[in-house]
Design a protein around this ligand. Structure first.
Ligand code: HEC
Length: 247
């Protein structure tokens, strides 16, 4: 009998942990997940942000890289949006993200540790979203290591957006990795669309450009408040118009 209260507590812990898992696996809202806007998804306050600089290829930027990745893989309804708050964690804005990040110290940051947890029950993102691939993990690591800044950049030279000879692997897929694969992956392809492979992308290519350009008659993507940059839209549109090649 002495052990009973602790047994009850253990049961409750298991129950609620299991419940969290079911939210991610069974919540039908997940498939049509949108990023919560109640808490404000505007990634960066450009009026008050002094760090709006020319893009440096060696820097990972919060506004254009880190935030869209977290937004498309973690901050959807049923997970870490301001309504569901799975495990009390909200990942819809910089201030909340910083609650599980130690600037400059990725290996002691809860956010980073959760990505590489060896226990699939604790590893994030949780099924049906697949674990982050090496590119995504490296991006998170680097952003935290570089100080986890609320930074943004602009390409100032007119030649910055190159759209000639677009390659699926080198130009298109990296955009999907950051902005789309949390929803459009092989294990739980939102809307039946898998944007992790050439075949899956080719199958969706007729809807692709209209969707990312937010053309009337298409479902606007990504299904969050942040539209892709004009350069990224141009790159994808150019790849399609250059023949949708497996290159
Ligand atoms: C938060 C989840 C989520 C993210 C992030 C997301 N999508 Fe989607 N996408 C969906 C869902 C759900 C549908 C199905 C919507 C429907 O049929 O109403 C969809 C549909 C689409 C469609 C079909 C649109 C149409 O009009 O038929 C395309 C193309 C698409 N997504 C591309 C993308 C691209 C490219 C990205 C990244 C730049 C992206 N999506 C990011 C969830 C997402």
């Amino acid at each position: 009998m002495r052990n009973k209260p602790s047994a009850v507590i253990l049961y409750l812990v298991i129950f609620f942990t299991a419940c969290r898992h079911e939210i991610a696996e069974l919540n039908p809202a997940f498939q049509t997940a949108t990023v919560d806007t109640a808490n404000g998804t505007k990634p960066i306050d450009t009026t008050n942000n002094p760090i709006n600089i020319t893009c440096n290829p060696d820097t990972v930027y919060f506004a254009s890289q880190f935030f869209p990745l977290i937004q498309s893989s973690c901050a959807m309804s049923g997970c870490h949006d301001a309504v569901t708050k799975a495990d009390g964690i909200v990942l819809t804005d910089y201030a909340n993200i910083m609650k599980i990040v130690r600037a400059g110290d990725p290996v002691n940051s809860k956010l980073y540790k959760s990505l590489i947890d060896s226990d699939p029950e604790d590893r994030m993102p949780m099924a049906p979203v697949p674990p982050f691939n090496q590119t995504q993990i490296a991006l998170v690591y680097k952003w935290i290591q570089q100080g986890a800044k609320n930074n943004a950049c602009t390409n100032t030279t007119s030649s910055a957006c190159v759209t000639t000879n677009m390659s699926f692997v080198n130009n298109v897929l990296p955009i999907f990795t950051i902005n789309c694969n949390g929803c459009h992956n092989a294990t739980a392809p939102a809307g039946g669309i898998n944007l992790t492979t050439f075949a899956g992308t080719k199958a969706a290519s007729a809807r692709l450009v209209g969707s990312i350009s937010h053309t009337t008659g298409y479902v606007p993507m990504p299904s969050s408040t942040t539209k892709l940059s004009a350069c990224d839209i141009n790159k994808i549109a150019s790849w399609v118009s250059q023949g949708t090649l497996n290159n």
